[in-house]
Design a protein around this ligand. Sequence first.
Ligand SMILES: Nc1ncnc2c1ncn2[C@@H]1O[C@H](COP(=O)(O)OP(=O)(O)OP(=O)(O)O)[C@@H](O)[C@H]1O
Ligand SMILES: [Mg+2]
Length: 259
Amino acid sequence: MTADPALRVRGLEKSFKDVHVLRGVDFDVSPGSIFALLGSNGAGKTTLVRILATLLGADAGTAAVNGFDVAARPRDVRESISLTGQFAAVDGMLTGRENLVLVARLRHLEDPGATADELLDRFSLTDAGGRRASSYSGGMRRRLDIAMSLIGSPPIVFLDEPTTGLDPQSRLEVWQTIWQLAAGGTTVLLTTQYLDEAEQLADRIAILHEGRIIQNGTLAELRQLLPAAKAEYVQKQPSLEDVFLALVGDTAPAGKETR
Ligand SMILES: Nc1ncnc2c1ncn2[C@@H]1O[C@H](COP(=O)(O)OP(=O)(O)OP(=O)(O)O)[C@@H](O)[C@H]1O
Ligand SMILES: [Mg+2]
């Protein structure tokens, strides 16, 4: 690794009363890459993200975000990141464009209207920009939420379960957004419970289990953990999602490609 890591986590521990959630978490994330943190319900994914986003203090260990220690330099960390949680920050009473303008104003950008229009375009929301966000589909809301979190162009983006609760079509739209982000040089850490999501998106995948990262590698490296015959058998089968998308039609906006 030549460049300094965008994220560096060492020996991170966190307990809630007698529940020892994180028991020594270690990993690095390279700048401009997509890193997926996989784990079951309650594994500690959100806890880890909240520590990295300076919303929660660790009990032990260190974490550096964009080179800044989360405990010593929380302000610098916050200026380097955006965080999109499981529950969207979108105000349903406002239009999509108004939501974006509001955030751009809060961040003291020079031309909030232009920023909003640029983001609407980038997230294929231009046509819906004048409509109340409460009328949006789940995928449109999530895209708007991600767009809002990108105002000010943070180099590192945390997405906590960005597609939970979305239908396959909306999920694909969010995936396209994440690919675009990484293609533009943004570092993405996403948490997910979906193996296929990690498979599709991530340059590296880490599995958080019982408080530690038990595997961390590329998809190819993780595949080698399974017997070859089994992997071959699985690859020959179209997934349920393939079938669903073939039946309902893939109407993702133009100009987007799968990697
Ligand atoms: N503020 C808190 N107070 C007490 N316990 C907490 C708190 N936050 C999290 N926990 C506990 O820590 C554990 C890890 O929770 P966390 O939300 O980090 O898991 P997760 O991997 O994000 O799960 P999910 O997939 O359901 O989002 C759980 O047992 C949870 O109940
Ligand atoms: Mg969570």
